[in-house]
Structure formats: C-alpha cells, structure tokens
Design a binder for this molecule. Structure first.
Ligand code: ATP
Ligand code: MG
Length: 561
C-alpha cells in the first residue's frame, strides 16, 4: 500500500491497483487539461485538487495542458488567467503544454490513418451525416463517401489543410463502425475546417482536430499515465482507446482514461459558457466579480486558497453527479479566516450614541487584541471618545430578557472599553431612533484590573468613535441565484433565477487603523463577518467586500421559509 494515512478514493484505488500490477511508480504522471475558453471555476477546483493532489501523494509530475483546439472560443487572456488561478491555489505544474503544439503530429497521424484505410473525407452536410448516424437503438448507415479511395482522401485532406474549402464543406472522419452500439464510434469526425486564427498557431492551420482526436494523443505524447475526466466522457472512452490503438508503440506507456463525477454547487453555475453569459449580459461586472463562482471571483471576494482546497478535499470525488451545498464552502472559508484574519471594529448601520458623562474634549486610545484566539497576532489601539456609532440593531428601547444588547435602563460593555448604561433616546418625526444617550462607568475600563473592569455584563457591542472613524464603501453579497439548482430546470433558463439583490453597497464607518489596509487584506469586522479589501480600492476611496458572514444566516432563512 503506497498511501495509507487517509481512506483512498476510487481513483487512488485504481492507481494503487496499477502499481500493484504493471505500473512502476516512475510511470505515474497526471495532467489538468482546461480549455482556455473562460475562467476556472469551483468545478475545476475539484479537478485541479484531484490531479495535483495525486501528484503530491505519489510525488509524480502533473502537466498543465491547454486543450486549445477551438480557436473560435479561445484566447490568450484565458490562458493567463488559468495559470494565475492554478498557481494561486498553490499548485506547481511540471510542464506547460498545449494541444496546439501537437497539431503537426496529429495531422501526420491522421495521414497515417487515411493510408491505412481507417479515415476518409466526408463531403456531406452535417444534417445529412446526422441522418445516417442512426439512434441509440437503431444502427447508422454508411454515407456515399465512406469508401473513397485512399488517394482521393489524401488529396482532399491536403486541400482542406491548404485552405481551399469553406467551413463545413468537408470533414475527416474515422472509419470505425456505423452500427456500433456506441454512437460515438459511428465514424466520428476527426477534423473540421475552421478559417479562424488561433491564439498560438495564428493562421498556420485552417483545419483543427476534434477533442477525441486530440486528448488521448496528447496524453500519449506527454506519457500521462492516468487521464482523469468527468463522467460525460465515459462513452468517449471506447473512442479514446480506439485512437490510441492506432498509434501506441509497445515500448511506450499507454494512458488510460478514467472518469469521476462533475461537481455541481448549489445556488450557482459551474460552466464557463454560462458564466460567460453572465459577464456578457452585465449580470456581473466581470469574470472576477466577487459573486462569481470563479477562482478569481472567490479570490477577489476574500477566499483563501486553503479554504478552497479544504473544501475540495472534504467533498472528495464521486462516481455519480450530485449537488454540493455551497454553505460547505462558506464553512471552510470561515474556518480559515477565523484563524488568520485580524479583528477590527466597523459599524455598517450606524446609530449615534453619546456618553453624556464622558468629558467633551477627552479622547483616549483603548488597547485591544488583534485576535483573541491567537496571542501572537498582537494588539492595537483604537480611539475612543464621547460620541460613538453602534449598530442600529444593537439598541432597542424595550426588549425581552433574551436581548443581550443595549436597551433603556440596562448595561452592556463596549468592546475593549467601558460598561455603559442607556438612559434615553431621541427620535425623528417619523419615530425612528436617531440617538441614544448613555452614561459610562469610568472605573470599568477593560484590562484596567479594577473590580469594575472585571464585572460581567451580558452583552458586548462593537463601536467606532465618530470623530475618528473613516468611511469606506462596503459591498455586501448574497447568492447570485435564488434557486438551489438554477441549471436544473427543464422549462426554465438559469438566467430566470438571477437574484436581483445579490449586491448591496453601503457606507461603513471603520476604526481608523484600517486607513492603510491594502488590496487583498482580510479582516474580521467583529460581530459582522469577514471582509477584504477589493481590487478597486484606493487609499482615498476604500472598498471592502464581505467575504462571508460570521454565521450561516442563509441556512436560518431557509429553515424559516
Ligand atoms: P465548462 O463547461 O465549464 O467549460 P469543461 O469541462 O468544458 O467545463 P474544461 O476546461 O474542458 O471545462 O475542463 C478542464 C478539466 O476540469 C476537465 O478535466 C473537466 O472534466 C474538469 N471539470 C470541469 N468542470 C468540472 C466540474 N464541475 N467538476 C469536476 N471537474 C470539472
Ligand atoms: Mg469543455
């Protein structure tokens, strides 16, 4: 047994079996093969963690392979974003590979197939070909070009390559079996004409190989031992093997395709094509909009690589498709930020509080811990004065005994400060409370060692000193979709479930220590949640994203409904 600490997943079992039988440890090699047609999302994170995780477990190389065979949808910008995201997740690939690097080899192999009578140029329309393909229960029939002579096939294929034909006029098909129970084996298309410049090969090619004629061969060229893909490729495995059968030489390792279930997440979408629609329709501002389930969106939102990796690790891999509750991801980011994020005070829904017996011109600095759970995080000082903001939700004129916040006639402690007692409040003409007047106990200062400072009161409130507070734009996010499975409705489009209230922008009042907060820095706004500095933030115009609330309020709302 090579790997024992943790229960093995079924892919690891396959690897273990191979090691026990005919594979050497040095034979192991994996790859993560994104198509550069969009940004990586949480579904990819599962695949990345699986492949790179295997690399780590077995000390085996993992290639980053761009599956770039469709120039119509692919771009260099996506290549760059994908590399950035994989690196940010904390993984290092062995080789950076591109399917497009193999275009010549794939072409040469196609010629070989033609010469062996195993491929032919079909000159029908796609509709005609579809008609001949049959159905899962009826066999297909041969088209009129299936028995073209080798010479003619070679000439036509050459002319396809030379750019003599419009798109759709001719395709190259493998000649396998039009009656195969597996529809994919009914003479699959290997090449099509596409008059599109490619982001790497430019206009060198105007024929492009199909996925099935590329993936296994790329695995073979890179000597990947285990080519792991999602379940929809299960029926492709036979074709993957057929293609390899035509090429593999006995002194080389033969890659094997194995499948695992696609990961779907509740309340979001994991499909690049659909995420692109959100960007193009302006539902979100960009691929890295903090509401997006993309790696870059999560990074900008304040997620850490550790939290995403731990999430992927916890859900593991499965043999069957299922929906993972997104609150599990939120659990993991809370857990990590709880460890690493310094605590600060910020008020997001301010109510003015005046301490009537605190001298008008006095101000003082109160010492407070940066992380009560981690002494090494140190302390800082927060300015205190007579006029403060507290959260509106933290004060009520009257409330029952379970309300441990501030109400008239009762006491709370101001975090790292004094015990105060609410004496009266002022309302506007509509009856809204606009100010609370309190008194404080000067001897009750936290950490001063006096008997009063040790006195326990039920509630502790966060606060900021009005004259010292700085303001910031604070972006609060909610689920991007109102439905648990926006993509799972036959009669409705996922766009119908977009939550119109997924972003709320407010002004927050922050303790002045946050003035120098840098883009990407993460904090716990005490009692409110975890926040980080957005990439749009400027020193003169700070912007914070709420990464996640402290508790799972969504679960509570769901229970109530
Ligand atoms: P999309 O529909 O979002 O474009 P894809 O599968 O076409 O997804 P690729 O770039 O081809 O995206 O995928 C790269 C690798 O990531 C593949 O091995 C693919 O199987 C895997 N992958 C993609 N989405 C998921 C997912 N939701 N769960 C697990 N693995 C995934
Ligand atoms: Mg794809």
């Amino acid at each position: 047994m090579e790997k024992a600490e943790k229960a093995l997943n079924f892919i690891e079992h396959i690897v273990e079996e191979d090691l026990a039988n005919n594979y050497k440890r040095d034979d192991l090699r994996f790859r993560f093969p994104p198509e550069p047609n969009g940004y990586l999302h949480l579904g990819h994170a599962s695949s990345i963690c699986l492949n790179f995780g295997l690399g780590e477990s077995y000390n085996a190389p993992v290639n980053l392979r761009f599956d770039d065979t469709n120039p119509a949808k692919e771009e260099k910008a996506y290549v760059d974003a994908i590399k950035r995201d994989v690196e940010w997740l904390g993984y290092r690939w062995d080789k950076e590979c591109y399917a497009s690097d193999y275009f010549q080899q794939l072409y040469d192999w196609a010629i070989q197939l033609i010469k062996e009578g195993k491929a032919y140029v079909d000159s029908q329309s796609s509709e005609e070909m579809a008609k001949q393909k049959g159905t899962p229960t009826e066999p297909g029939v041969a088209g009129p070009y299936r028995d073209r002579f080798v010479e003619e096939n070679l000439q036509l294929f050459q002319r396809m390559k030379d750019g003599e034909f419009d798109e759709g006029k001719h395709v190259l098909r493998a000649k396998i079996d039009m009656a195969s129970p597996n529809m994919l084996m009914r003479d699959p298309i290997l090449y099509r004409v596409l008059h599109k410049a490619h982001h790497r090969t430019n206009t060198d090619w105007c024929i492009y190989p199909m996925y099935d004629w590329t993936h296994g061969q790329s695995d073979y060229l890179e000597q990947v031992s285990h080519s792991l893909c999602t379940l929809e490729f299960l029926p492709h495995r036979e074709l993957y093997d057929w293609c390899l059968d035509q090429l593999v030489s006995s002194d080389k390792l033969r890659p094997k395709q194995r499948e695992f279930a696609r990961r779907n997440l509740s309340h979001t979408i994991v499909s690049k094509r659909k995420l692109l629609q959100l960007v193009e329709n302006g539902v979100v501002s960009s691929w890295d909009d903090p509401r997006m389930p993309t790696i870059s969106g999560l990074r900008r939102r304040g997620y850490t690589p550790e939290s995403i990796r731990n999430f992927a690790d916890t859900i593991g891999i499965a043999k069957r498709d299922n929906l993972v509750d997104v609150s599990l991801l939120e659990f993991h980011v809370r857990e990590h930020l709880n460890e690493i994020a310094p605590r600060v005070m910020a008020v997001l829904n301010p109510l003015k509080l005046v301490i009537t017996n605190y001298p008008k011109d006095k101000e003082e600095l109160l010492k407070t811990e940066n992380n009560p759970g981690d002494e090494s995080a140190g302390t800082r000082e927060v300015p205190f004065s007579r006029e403060l903001y507290i959260e509106q939700e933290d004060f009520r004129e009257e409330a029952n005994r379970k309300f441990f916040r501030l109400k008239l006639g009762s006491e709370v402690r101001l975090k790292s400060g004094y015990i105060i007692k609410a004496e009266s409040c002022t309302k506007d003409t509509d009856g809204n409370i606009i100010e609370v007047q309190c008194t404080y106990d000067p001897k009750s200062k936290s950490g001063s060692g006096t008997e009063e400072s040790l006195r326990k009161v039920k509630g502790t409130l966060h606060w900021v000193s009005i004259k010292h507070a700085i303001t910031a734009e604070v972006r609060l996010y909610d689920r991007l979709f109102n439905d648990e499975n926006p993509d799972g409705h036959k009669d409705k489009d996922f766009m119908d479930f977009v939550n119109p209230d997924s972003l709320t922008t407010i002004t927050g009042y922050l303790e002045p220590n946050l003035k120098s907060a840098k883009v990407g820095e993460k904090f716990q706004f005490q009692r409110l949640g975890y926040f980080n500095v957005d990439t749009d933030s400027k020193p003169e115009n700070l912007i914070f994203n709420r990464t996640v609330t402290l508790r799972d309020t969504w679960a509570k709302i769901q229970q109530k409904n």
